[in-house]
Design a protein around this ligand. Structure first.
Ligand code: CTP
Length: 473
């Protein structure tokens, strides 16, 4: 075993090391070896295996989100820090895992408590946090992410980044990371225009740091206006998304890498006249979660979705449609794919002749709506001779005899698997966050326990990956 020199460490590190060594009853050298061994094992594991599931108290890798896009958000100390709270929400809505570091100055504006409540993750503030295992914690934070976002990036943080400083957790992580970094500068217009900031910006661009904003507008200081306002959260999300789309893939296990998946999601709306339509209660949550999980597993995902009130997951190509016939056309255009999952609640009927003008009330005579059947998109794709996906998966929304009806649907529609769920009002499944499904295949019926729609999505994606692999290409 190589010898370890403790002398080279600075005093703060030595104090931490002494404390750890005393707690574990080891010498300082042995303790340092233990830490290095754990870090090395961690590195090897992160190269070879899926990262372990996060445990409370440890510093887990950022791999646990529904879409699996792991974003490390560094919040600097500026009045714009309050907008970062909204940014967290927006990123999470898109299925990302968001872990946050607050600089000391940021804590003057917002609290770790609010950031933790919004992100649902432990918040990091301290370079020498004993709970983050001495100096190894910041290396893990730096590596266990797909993208680092600095918002707001103050003039001071930008100067430190340009100069390669590492005197707190935020700057140490920024220096230690090899992931793409996106900054959203926010400062007073004079600071933004200062020669030093211009110089730092040029250096950061040369270091491949991406920049979003700043915009022009009123400053927090009364009477001040000009360029320096932090970009709006949705602009930052768009910039992050663009970077993620082109960033190399850092996830270890990408079970659907190289596969192309199609997912339909949400309801369809069938017009009655220009202002009215027939629709259903589908929220799109399950379909979107499947698209997000497939993208996280490395697939190229085309999400064809009806009108929903939830955002597109990160990293998927979303095609928006309204009617069943538009959905059918978009599905046809997306082929060929390796696997197609039909989670949309497609309206079975549409009006034979929707009114060109708003249908007016006429006394005593309610209009008669003549309906015709919509194309059955799932059945059409499953029965295709050419370009049939290797795996065609449907859903069965039932309110009674769930499994029996779903088995019948599997046969009728010609799909390979069907996920049956009970959508009676009392289950709260339609529109809710949880689901209870039965997976019906040629081999039989598997009843999955009640779980979140994200969990159902991840489990399904793993089954799809295994089936495609077993089918031999
Ligand atoms: N589906 C489809 N196109 C349709 C109707 C349904 O692609 N026009 C798909 C759904 O996305 C789902 C499956 O078929 O994957 C079953 O949908 P469901 O509404 O449960 O069944 P229906 O075919 O509509 O039959 P029923 O209404 O009689 O239960």
């Amino acid at each position: 075993m190589a010898s370890i020199t403790i002398r080279g460490l600075d005093d703060a590190l030595k104090t931490r090391l002494r404390l750890r060594a005393a707690r574990s009853g080891r010498s300082m050298e042995d303790e340092a070896r233990t830490i290095l061994r754990a870090a090395a094992a961690d590195d090897v594991r992160s190269m070879a295996e899926p990262a372990p599931v996060a445990r409370a108290g440890a510093t887990p890798p950022l791999d646990a989100g529904p879409s699996g896009r792991r974003i490390l958000l560094i919040i600097g100390g500026g009045i714009a820090a309050y907008k970062s709270l909204d940014l967290i929400r927006r990123l999470k809505e898109r299925g990302a895992t968001v872990r946050c570091i607050l600089t000391a100055a940021a804590r003057e504006f917002i609290t770790p408590l609010s950031v933790g409540a919004l992100s649902g993750e432990r918040v990091f503030t301290d370079l020498f946090d004993p709970a983050s295992e001495l100096d190894v914690g910041h290396i893990r934070l730096a590596r266990g992410t797909d993208l680092v976002v600095v918002a707001p990036a103050t003039a001071d943080l930008m100067a430190k980044m340009a100069g390669g400083h590492a005197d707190d957790l935020a700057t140490a992580v920024l220096l230690a990371t090899d992931r793409r970094v996106l900054i959203a500068p926010a400062m007073n217009p004079r600071m933004w225009g200062h020669a030093a900031t211009r110089r730092n910006l040029t250096q950061l661009a040369a270091d491949r740091i991406a920049v979003v904003g700043p915009g022009t507008g009123e400053m927090a200081e009364p009477g001040e206006a000009g360029i320096g306002r932090m970009a709006e959260p949705l602009e930052i999300v768009a910039a992050a998304e663009a970077l993620l789309a082109t960033s190399p893939d850092h996830r270890v296990e990408r079970s659907l890498r190289g596969r192309r998946l199609l997912v339909t999601s949400g309801p369809t709306q069938e017009p009655i006249d220009p202002v009215r339509y027939i629709a259903n209660r589908s929220s799109g949550k399950q379909g979107h979660a499947i698209a997000a999980a497939a993208a996280a597993a490395g697939a190229e995902v085309i999400l064809v979705c009806g009108p929903v009130h939830i955002p597109d997951p990160l990293g998927v190509t979303a095609v928006k449609v309204e009617t069943a016939r538009e959905m059918r056309d978009a599905v046809e255009r997306a082929l060929p794919v390796d696997c197609a999952v039909f989670a949309a609640a497609v309206a079975d009927w549409r009006l034979a002749a929707p009114g060109r003008e708003k249908i007016k009330k006429s006394k005593g005579a309610a209009p008669t709506l003549r309906l015709v059947e919509n194309p059955d998109i799932l059945a059409e794709v499953a029965h295709r001779k050419a370009k049939r996906p290797r795996l065609v998966i449907g859903f069965a929304a039932e309110t009674e005899k769930v499994v029996a009806h779903a088995k019948d649907k599997l046969k009728r529609k010609g799909c390979d698997w069907i996920l049956a769920n009970d959508v009676s009002a009392e289950t709260g499944i339609m529109g809710g966050d949880r689901n209870r499904v039965h997976l019906i295949t040629a081999e039989g019926v598997e009843s999955w326990p009640p779980q979140s729609k994200d969990e159902v999505a991840r489990a399904l994606v793993e089954r799809i990956a295994a089936a495609l692999k077993a089918s031999g290409s």
